[in-house]
Design a binder for this molecule. Sequence first.
Ligand code: AMP
Ligand code: ZN
Length: 112
Amino acid sequence: MDCIFCKIIAGEIPSKKAYEDRDIFAFYDINPQAPIHILVIPKEHICCIDRISSDNSAIIAKIFEKIPQIAKDAGLTNGYRVVSNCGNDACQSVRHLHFHILGGTPLSETMA
Ligand code: AMP
Ligand code: ZN
């Protein structure tokens, strides 16, 4: 499968790792939109939120259980935002489900 994030998980494309376990990989965004910008992804290829189901939702729960630790370890002690773009109108550019963790400065009050 020609998926850039699957290649990052496999180590075929380099990344700056923030966290890894059996099911989850987290790495710094190459084009940060905030002082701290981390992407958290399932190792299983799921294209987007539209493909979350009872078959794979346990991994989504695991991701959200880990996000506070990933954020804290990255130095985000004053809050952060979690975003996931799904589909064309949201400008999802990589079709492997990912959750952006953004922080390190006061963020915009608007989200769109
Ligand atoms: P989205 O637009 O929500 O699909 O987000 C995709 C994100 O992946 C963007 O913020 C990109 O900067 C980021 N990205 C794309 N390629 C890489 C890469 N090789 N390493 C790290 N982040 C990447
Ligand atoms: Zn993938």
